[in-house]
Design a protein around this ligand. Structure first.
Ligand code: ZN
Length: 423
C-alpha cells in the first residue's frame, strides 16, 4: 500500500514559493472563445458559430485556424484584417481547411475572427439515443499545434424541444432548448452530450463524482464503476493531486464505443457500453483517464507528451498497487517494459518520424519505466512529492521536470533522470 507522508511541509513551501513567483509576473490576457452550437440530433447535423478573440494586449499579426475539412465553412468574418483567405493545407498527416487572417503590425485593439460552419456528425459520435461533441469529433477549430491551448470559453448549445444537454460541468445558464457553459479548458476539449433522456448518479462520499449516461438506465456495473471512481479520486487527492485536489468530477457515458479520454475540465468520457472495472485493464483505463485531470500540460505533438501519457499510465499503476494488487502492478510494468528494448530516447523524440505504435512504446511505456525507476531510486514518499509538485505546477517541459526533480531529490538524481531520458 502507498501511504503519503503526513506532513509534506517542505514541498508545500516549495510549491507556495513557486506559485508566488509565478503570481508576481503581470497577468497577461489570453485569447478566448465563444461558441454557439446548434444541433439537429435526428438529422445528425449541426451548425457552429465560433468566435476567437484576441485581447488588445496580444499583437499577433497572423492568426491561423485549422478546421476539419469535412465541414462546410459558410462564413468568415475578421474585422480589421488586411487579408483573409481559406486554404487547404497539410496538417500532420491529413489535410485541413485553414483560415488565414493577417493584420497590420502592432494592432493594439481587441480583434475577433468568427467562423460559421455546418457539418454532419460522424458515425462514431452518435447512437440511437445521443449525440456526442468532443475532441474526438474534431468539431472545434484550433490554432496549428495548439489543440490543447488552454482558453476561457463560453459555449451555448441549442437543441430541439424534447432534447437536453449535459457538459463537463453544470450549465451556467439554462433555458428551454438552450444551455450555456462557461469555463477554461483545452480548446478542442469542449465536450457536450445531447439526448432526450439522461440517467445520472452521484457518489456518496468525498468530492461529488457524477456519472451521466444515455441510452439505458445505470446498471449495477455502473454503480460499481462509480464507487471505484470515488475511491480512485480519493487516492489521487491524497497522493499525486494533494496540492491541487479534485473537488468535483464528471464521467460522461455516451455509449458510442469509441474509446476513453480524460479531459482537463474535471471530467472524462468513457464510451464503452460494457465498461467494467472488475477487469484490471478497464480499471487501469478509468484510473488513467481520471489522472489526466493533472497530466495534460505536455504537448500531444512532441516529446513532452510523456508528461501526459507516462504520468497517467504510472498513476493508474500506483492506484492498482495501492488497491492491493501488487502482482498486477508488477505484471503490467513487466508487460510494458517488454516493448521498450532498443527504442529511441524520450528526449528529442519525434513521433512523426515513426509509425504510430512507436509513440506509444516511447511516450507511454518507456516513460512509465522511467517513473518506476525514479520511484525505486528516491523512495515512494519523495516520489509522491515530485508528482504532487509536478501536478500543482502544471509542468509542461522536460527541462522543467528535470529541474523540479533536482530541487526535490538533489542534483545527482536530476543528472540520473536526464541520462535516463536520453537513453
Ligand atoms: Zn492518456
Amino acid at each position: 500500500m502507498l501511504t503519503p507522508p503526513p506532513h509534506p511541509v517542505k514541498y508545500l513551501l516549495l510549491f507556495l514559493l513557486l506559485t508566488a513567483l509565478s503570481a508576481s509576473s503581470p497577468a497577461l490576457a489570453t485569447p478566448s472563445v465563444r461558441v454557439t452550437l446548434q444541433v439537429a440530433p435526428e438529422a445528425h447535423t449541426f451548425t457552429c458559430r465560433y468566435r476567437f478573440t484576441l485581447p488588445a494586449s496580444d499583437t499577433t499579426s497572423v492568426v491561423l485556424l485549422n478546421l476539419n475539412r469535412r465541414y462546410k465553412l459558410q462564413q468568415v468574418q475578421a474585422p480589421r484584417a488586411v487579408q483573409q483567405r481559406v486554404a487547404s493545407v497539410l496538417y500532420v498527416r491529413d489535410s485541413v481547411q485553414q483560415i488565414q487572417v493577417r493584420y497590420a503590425p502592432n494592432q493594439r485593439r481587441s480583434r475577433y475572427i468568427e467562423l460559421v460552419y455546418t457539418g454532419e456528425i460522424g458515425q462514431s459520435n452518435y447512437t440511437d439515443q445521443a449525440v456526442l461533441f468532443s475532441s474526438r469529433s474534431e468539431w472545434i477549430p484550433f490554432r496549428p499545434y495548439q489543440e490543447y491551448e488552454i482558453l476561457p470559453y463560453q459555449l451555448t448549445v441549442q437543441v430541439p424541444p424534447g432534447y437536453q444537454v449535459r457538459g463537463t460541468r453544470p450549465p451556467s445558464r439554462q433555458q428551454p432548448c438552450r444551455y450555456t457553459f462557461k469555463g477554461t479548458t483545452s480548446v478542442i476539449d469542449l465536450t457536450v452530450l445531447v439526448a432526450q433522456q439522461f440517467y445520472q448518479a452521484v457518489s456518496a462520499a468525498g468530492p461529488p463524482i457524477t456519472f451521466v449516461k444515455t441510452g439505458a438506465p445505470l446498471t449495477h456495473t455502473d454503480s460499481v464503476n462509480l464507487r471505484q471512481a470515488e475511491v480512485i479520486t480519493a487516492f489521487y487527492n491524497r497522493t499525486i493531486g494533494r496540492l491541487a485536489p479534485i473537488n468535483k468530477f464528471t464521467v460522461l457515458l455516451p455509449g458510442n464505443n469509441s474509446g476513453a479520454y480524460g479531459l482537463l475540465d474535471d471530467a472524462t468520457v468513457i464510451t464503452y457500453s460494457d465498461f467494467d472495472v472488475a477487469q484490471t485493464d478497464e480499471l487501469l483505463i478509468l484510473a488513467h483517464e481520471i489522472s489526466h485531470r493533472w497530466w495534460a500540460y505536455g504537448s500531444f505533438h512532441d516529446e513532452t507528451d510523456w508528461l501526459n501519457e507516462a504520468f497517467a499510465t504510472y498513476s493508474s499503476l500506483l492506484y492498482l498497487e495501492a488497491s492491493g494488487d501488487e502482482a498486477g502492478y508488477q505484471k503490467e510494468l513487466a508487460r510494458l517494459a517488454q516493448t521498450t528494448t532498443d527504442k529511441p530516447p524520450i528526449w528529442g523524440f519525434d513521433r512523426y518520424k515513426y509509425e504510430f505504435t512507436m509513440h506509444r512504446r516511447v511516450m507511454y511505456n518507456k516513460g512509465t519505466g522511467i517513473l518506476h525507476a525514479l520511484r525505486t531510486r528516491v523512495g515512494t514518499e519523495q516520489f509522491l512529492n515530485i508528482l504532487a509538485t509536478t501536478a500543482a505546477q502544471k509542468t509542461s517541459t522536460n527541462p522543467g521536470f528535470v529541474q523540479l526533480v533536482e530541487q526535490v531529490a538533489g542534483p545527482e538524481t536530476g543528472s540520473w533522470l536526464l541520462a535516463e531520458l536520453k537513453r
